[in-house]
Ligand binder design. Structure first.
Ligand SMILES: Cc1cc2nc3c(=O)[nH]c(=O)nc-3n(C[C@H](O)[C@H](O)[C@H](O)COP(=O)(O)OP(=O)(O)OC[C@H]3O[C@@H](n4cnc5c(N)ncnc54)[C@H](O)[C@@H]3O)c2cc1C
Length: 463
């Protein structure tokens, strides 16, 4: 029996083209080679590459709700070639060579998602539309130029082109646009069709998926297993924690990630006249330089999806209990979209939803398998997981299978993020930084100097 109205969780799940009937739940004890907690992109990509590269391996996924219940069924649909860290941060932390390899690996990752969709017959509306990072107002221009300079220094200036006001305005008529960074090698997808299609591909390769089965405890070592109320999945080789923003609820992972919400509002399909005024015929992913983050997608059926970091961080890394805050956020976002496109003053909105993404303390994802404890983890993509989970899944599969891969040199391989502070310091710190980011945006938009504590907020956010 469905426990949630799964179709009501997002426009994407509603239009995935299937009734989302839950698969069978776990009942009793089974033993497999690899047991995976979580049926989002992370768990499914890991299972996919394990099974594809090693037919005969026994792999089971245990999902608390249905595949795609989490961020994978609710996101903005950017399959971006941008790694979660800014290119200049990558260079400063890991050196120019590793930064270059990471950028190349991300280009290949976007291509790989498209390749698998093609090979597996996953009709996820994959479109190589690119991304436009806009400068909205003069004050945002410096951030666009700095990103371009970092790409150029690393030899990727051509793939990340600086557009002036006129060239950017030819692509899309957003108010106040002063320029843009254009990255052609990024795609857009229908997120839920991707995650649901991937689950079917995993099953075709022989993987077992148990849905509506919550893992209560993850055991490592000689008796590695996922324990649930209706049975146990023991693992001869590996147990994988792929629960992303929900992982801090599991004993042992409380401080591994901080769940941050992201909210989305969606218009009804626009009229031809509205699209003619807006332009945007290339359908690129759009974002500005706001510290509070915004992202816009033109859907395949002619709507505008507008996303932004959602309600403030919830005490104790909670992922429930903020409905009023989400309703307020959606209300503000509907107004903000009119600021982007004044022609949409009277536009009708059809959907609003939110989800949670996992943020590690240093904003760099981690992929680790320890053969001694048999524990594998992959998480912490911030808001860049649609593509990066594929890279992480391939890397983790090769670690579990003990195979060499050039991906092992990348910054997420064997990375260990320091844990988040215990509560209440975590709550105080994150709420302070979230508030400072809002104040920094407000000051920049109003042409005022940044608040006095901007350097402190940036240092605390460790980006
Ligand atoms: C609103 C929103 C917009 C976003 N937009 C973008 C975007 O445009 N581009 C981009 O690259 N990224 C975006 N992201 C981030 C991206 O969606 C995620 O990084 C990615 O989906 C993470 O996949 P995952 O499999 O690791 O996690 P999830 O998809 O969250 O999957 C984790 C799964 O684990 C399950 N689970 C958790 N705990 C348990 C348990 N105890 N037992 C069993 N199962 C459990 C959950 O039910 C869930 O299905 C967005 C995220 C959100 C929330």
């Amino acid at each position: 029996m469905p426990r949630h109205d799964y179709q009501g969780l997002s426009f994407w799940l509603e239009t995935a083209g299937e009734p989302l009937t839950p698969r069978r739940a776990l009942s009793g004890n089974v033993t497999v080679d690899v047991a995976i907690l979580g049926g989002g992109y992370s768990g499914l990509w890991t299972a996919y590459y394990l099974l594809r590269d090693n037919p005969g391996l026994e792999v089971a996924i245990v999902e608390a709700e249905i595949c795609g219940y989490g961020a994978s069924g609710r996101n903005g649909g950017w399959c971006s070639s941008r790694y979660p860290l800014h290119p200049s941060t990558l260079e400063a932390r890991y050196g120019a060579d590793v930064a270059r390899e990471t950028i190349l690996a991300m280009y290949d990752t976007v291509d790989e998602v498209g390749r698998v969709c093609e090979a597996e017959g996953i009709d996820a509306d994959f479109r190589m539309n690119g991304i436009l990072s806009l400068a909205r107002g003069e004050a945002q221009l410096a951030a666009v130029q700095a990103a371009h300079a970092a790409y150029e220094r690393l030899g990727f200036g051509e793939g990340n082109r600086l557009l002036g006001e006129a060239a950017a305005g030819e692509r899309v008529r957003v108010s106040g646009i002063k320029g843009a960074l254009y990255t052609p090698r990024s795609a857009a997808v229908h997120p839920a069709k991707l995650v649901r299609g991937l689950a079917k591909a995993v099953e075709r390769l022989g993987g077992a998926i148990y849905e509506q089965t919550r893992v209560r405890r993850l055991r490592t070592g000689a008796d590695a297993a996922l324990e649930t109320e209706s049975g146990r999945v023991s693992a001869r080789k590996a147990v994988i924690a792929a629960g992303e923003a929900y992982l801090p609820k599991m004993p042992g992972f409380e401080r591994a990630l901080a769940p941050m919400s992201s909210s989305i509002v969606l218009t009804k399909p626009l009229s031809e006249a509205q699209w003619n005024e807006i332009g945007w015929s290339g359908g690129e992913g759009l974002g500005s330089q706001a510290h509070t983050v915004d992202y816009l997608t033109r859907t395949a059926d002619g709507r505008i999806l507008y996303g932004s970091r959602g309600a403030p961080y919830l005490f104790g890394s909670a992922t429930e209990g903020a409905e009023a805050a989400f309703a307020r956020t959606s209300q503000q976002m509907r107004r903000q979209l009119t600021g982007w496109f004044p022609v949409l003053r009277d536009v009708d909105f059809s959907h609003a939803w939110h989800g949670f993404l996992g943020v590690p303390r240093d904003w760099n994802p981690s992929v680790n398998f320890n053969p001694a404890t048999r524990l594998g983890v992959l998480h912490g993509y911030t808001g860049r997981g649609v593509s990066t989970t594929n890279l992480a899944g391939r890397l983790l599969a090769s670690q579990v299978l003990g195979r060499e891969t050039p991906l092992a040199r990348l910054p997420l391989a064997r990375h260990r993020t320091r844990p988040w502070e215990p509560e209440p310091f975590r709550w105080l710190g994150i709420r302070y930084v979230q508030d400072a980011m809002k104040r920094m945006d407000a000051a920049r938009d109003a042409g005022r100097p940044p608040p006095f504590d901007a350097p402190l907020a940036k240092r605390l956010s460790d980006q």
